[in-house]
Design a protein around this ligand. Structure first.
Ligand SMILES: *[C@@H]1O[C@H](CO)[C@@H](O)[C@H](O)[C@H]1NC(C)=O
Ligand SMILES: *[C@@H]1O[C@H](CO)[C@@H](O)[C@H](O)[C@H]1NC(C)=O
Length: 306
């Protein structure tokens, strides 16, 4: 299992959300947007690919998602998320993230994606710390490693206070002080680049770099059609890993996402103050709470040792 595979599996799973089951029908689903069956069969073949690559490693996800449909689009988002870390084995990986992407024409190769958040992955980083995580791809996934700064992509901002891959510490205590990162990704109105802002325990995140528009010949050159937000774990079913703080959203110690905002074509940010459809692969294990005033909780099940 290379670190590439773990990242790839996570990416594939994000794409699979679009073939999943929606909890509520408030918005057009990715299925409707992608015209159903073709995307579902794509999801099926992706699952097969993921299974082949990951052996008995299983991805779990608990997210909210929003899809813009054919005519509208998203031009960015902003959110603050609690950060945790925990001991994981080299076969486990846990992420809290936002995936902003363009679903394209339902073929994997047309998916443009930028993902950002935090990840604990001993396989990728050689430790059990939380790291500032980002991944991009113009083709759903790539044959090269585009985690953090491992392949050209993000043009870093000179003097940026945070760099992709950085260890985030201190981290939150489920019963104590919370530490958070705020990530904001938005499309530059003139050049069309995707500007990435990040901050640790601060309200206004600072620019840390940009993904040039030219990286995304397909959809993200113009706009995003979908946003997924929540947690992903890759692990063995017999050895569950923590997502979020490790606690289910029904508990007071669950990890939160706060102040989730979506940015429109004019650069105007609006708080997501209504619930969105949830995509939850195994609700009794990992889950998300409904979104209320831009806030929701996510995660599951606590394991004290690897
Ligand atoms: C969706 O698929 C159906 C059946 O293949 C087709 O009739 C319809 O035109 C498609 N809709 C769009 C928006 O592509
Ligand atoms: C993020 O952390 C800072 C510093 O602890 C705190 O002031 C702020 O309220 C936190 N933000 C959220 C949304 O939890």
């Amino acid at each position: 299992m290379s670190c590439f595979s773990l990242t790839l599996v996570a990416v594939l799973m994000l794409l699979l959300f679009a073939g999943g089951i929606d909890a509520a029908g408030l918005y057009p689903t990715s299925q409707e947007f992608n015209n159903g069956t073709s995307f579902l069969s794509l999801a099926g073949s992706l699952q097969g690919l993921a299974d082949t690559m990951s052996g008995s490693l299983i991805p779990y996800w608990a997210t909210h998602q929003i899809s813009a449909g054919d005519t509208a689009g998203y031009y960015g988002f902003s959110v603050t998320m609690d950060v945790y870390d925990f001991l994981l084995t080299s076969e486990q990986s846990s992420l809290a993230l936002v995936n902003i992407f363009t679903a394209g024409d339902a073929s994997l190769a047309s998916v443009n994606t930028i993902q950002i958040g935090w990840e604990v992955s001993p396989q990728s980083y050689g430790d059990s710390h939380a790291h500032l995580y980002a991944y991009w791809s113009p083709t759903g996934f790539r044959t090269s490693e585009c985690l953090d700064t491992n392949c050209p992509g993000l043009q870093p901002e000179a003097g940026a206070s945070m760099v992709l891959g950085d260890i985030i510490e201190p981290v939150s205590q489920p019963n104590g002080i919370k530490q958070n990162i705020t990530v904001k990704v938005l499309k530059d109105g003139i050049l069309g680049d995707w500007l990435v802002h990040c901050g640790f325990n601060q309200h206004e995140p600072a620019l840390i770099g940009h993904y040039p528009r030219s990286l995304f010949p397909g959809g993200l050159a113009d706009r995003a059609t979908d946003i997924h937000i929540g947690g992903i774990v890759v692990t063995r079913s017999t050895d569950l890993a923590s997502m979020g703080s490790g606690y289910l959203p029904s508990t007071a110690t669950a990890a939160s996402f706060n102040n989730f905002q979506i940015i429109d074509q004019n650069g105007q940010a609006s708080l997501v103050n209504h619930n969105l459809p949830g995509h939850i692969s195994q609700p009794d294990t990992y889950s998300v709470s409904p979104i209320i005033n831009g806030q929701f909780f996510h995660g599951g099940p606590f394991q004290s040792t690897p």
